[in-house]
Write a protein that binds this ligand. Sequence first.
Ligand code: CU
Length: 141
Amino acid sequence: MLFKKIVLAISVLFLSACGSSNAVPATEITVDMNEFLYEPAEITIPAGQPVALTLTNSGAQEHDFVIKEINVTGVEKEGDSGGAHHTHGSDVDFDLHISTSAGGTSKLTFTATEPGTYKIFCSIQGHEIAGMIGKLIVVSQ
Ligand SMILES: [Cu+2]
């Protein structure tokens, strides 16, 4: 349902951009983080197109957004609050990772190249086991 709306929004944006540019605008998605969940916990995005993920943290603790293994290109981060808080990994181990301070906002832009279902989790100690997990679904176009 949400994905159809996103596709429609992209189509409208693309049509309105016709003649001026061939660039596909990024799909904009906002995910809120709190103790101890992602809202929404399930995100569906198109493969091969840029996605701009805005992560807000309405909680009282720092949270992060991690996907351990995913094929991505064009990764850009804004407002990453990442500190040395990781208990079972680091940027080196994670294909996608951005941290957001309590009350803060960060932005992660990327293009997922392989359709599939990927697990999202918070790498801060105790959060994943407390239920802070989600699902990223990448669908082919
Ligand atoms: Cu967390």
